[in-house]
Design a protein around this ligand. Structure first.
Ligand code: PHE
Length: 334
């Protein structure tokens, strides 16, 4: 009983003192083990009391060790910092960047290396910036190419169907030389499936200066795909856009290594990543740029498609469902 009182009164300043105390009472050759082995020699009528006392002693010793350890640990924190530098760090839960942001930032980096800046504009647009200035007057049949979500008609206010609208705004406010890319979210009234969504992300590029040629456009796109995908082959297929002449679709050869590649490239190995062309002189004039003095090229690419290909994402809907099990997989891809 005296030992219990002694144990309860014990204090310690260091880990070593606590450890010595623990060994003295609770160690293999400690006091308690001695008492427990003496137990069989105790007279039967005293066994009960003896047992109670040593159990109480054991508990007192254990409680003391725990209490002292906790007290010491709390003292190790000075100004919120652990004094013990050998202590393992507390795990920090970090988030992951969204694959769309990862790919968007890569694209911005690649183009900034050749002198393109970044421009942004509103997602809710007026008719002029999304259509009319881009050589798509009212009732132009090509307006049907992009199924538009209208917010209001007459005057028309809509969700932008491409970030070409940002290029119009940029040209209205800047004179050549212009080298800018416009990343952002765009909206189209399309059925949602594994391959297409009613909103997605684009990067459009615009380069206007004296004597800009189609060869400059092709070389710029080849530079981009080489940086983005490694050594790569591109194909420009003749196409039509109201705001460019001539116009082309941009295909990148990706190959067919996986099931996802098959799905995304429809089994051809070629992926259409966007459209491009020489800016139509009408568009330059609409934006107060002298089309006799200047020429330029423009292109637009889908960020979602590129992200799906690079990260083997087989369904575009995953990009907007915000399932953490999906998002957490991009922790290493900052
Ligand atoms: N704005 C076009 C689209 O969204 C892409 C494009 C941009 C095509 C620039 C040509 C030149 O489909």
């Amino acid at each position: 009983k005296e030992l219990i009182a002694e144990a309860e009164a014990f204090t310690a300043q260091s880990k070593e003192e606590i450890e010595a105390f623990r060994i003295k009472y609770l160690g293999k050759k400690g006091l308690l083990n001695d008492y427990f082995s003496e137990f069989k020699n105790v007279a039967n009528d005293q066994k009960k009391e003896f047992g109670q006392v040593i159990n109480a002693l054991k508990k007192a010793a254990e409680d003391k060790v725990n209490a002292l350890r906790e007290e010491l640990e709390s003292k190790e924190v000075v100004n919120g910092v652990y004094n013990d530098l050998s202590r393992p760090g507390a795990p920090i839960h970090i988030g992951a960047r969204h694959p769309i942001s990862i790919v968007k930032n890569q694209i911005i980096d690649i183009f900034s290396n050749i002198g393109f800046n970044v421009s942004e504009g509103p997602e809710i647009e007026d008719d002029w910036h999304n259509f009319t200035a881009l050589n798509l007057p009212e009732y132009h049949p090509a307006r049907d190419m992009q199924d538009t979500f209208f917010i209001q008609t007459n005057p028309d206010i809509l969700l932008r169907t491409h970030t070409s609208s940002v290029q119009v705004r940029y040209m209205e406010n800047n004179q050549p030389p212009i080298r800018t890319i416009s990343p952002g979210r765009v909206y189209r009234n399309e059925a949602i499936s594994a391959r297409s969504h009613c909103f997605f992300h684009q990067v459009e590029g615009l380069y206007i200066d004296k004597d800009v040629s189609f060869a400059d456009l092709k070389q710029t796109l080849q530079y981009f795909t080489t940086q983005m995908f490694g050594k790569s082959k591109i194909r420009l297929r003749p196409s039509y856009f109201p705001f460019t002449e001539p116009s082309a679709e941009i295909d990148v050869y990706w190959g067919l290594a996986t099931e996802t590649d098959y799905r995304i490239t429809k089994g051809t190995g070629w992926l259409e990543i966007g459209g491009c062309g020489m800016v139509d002189p009408n568009v330059l004039e609409n934006c107060n740029i002298d089309s006799k003095a200047y020429s330029g090229f423009a292109f637009g690419m889908g960020i979602d498609r590129i992200a799906m290909l690079l990260h083997q994402i087989g369904d575009i809907r995953l990009l907007s469902e915000n399932d953490v099990r999906f998002l957490e997989q991009f922790k290493n891809a900052l």
